[in-house]
Design a protein around this ligand. Structure first.
Ligand code: FES
Length: 65
């Protein structure tokens, strides 16, 4: 369990959305914050994880070129 917490941490605690769900959504075409929000519900609660979601988004988009 702690392994998963390390490699696949919860990014959005309001909706218990983990890193891999967000990465999958981005790779599946959710290439804006709004689309990731619609797709995963991440960052649609308190908004406290918004910066983290944006950071993941930017990293994935940079990787994708
Ligand atoms: S932690 Fe993601 S919206 Fe609250």
């Amino acid at each position: 369990l702690s392994d998963e917490a390390d490699t696949n941490p919860i990014v959005c605690f309001c909706h218990r959305v983990r890193l891999d769900e967000i990465v999958k959504a981005i790779r599946g075409g959710s290439t804006t914050l709004e689309k990731v929000q619609a797709d995963t519900a991440a960052s649609t609660g308190c908004g406290g994880c918004e910066y983290d979601v944006i950071e993941i988004l930017e990293k994935e988009l940079a990787k994708a070129g």
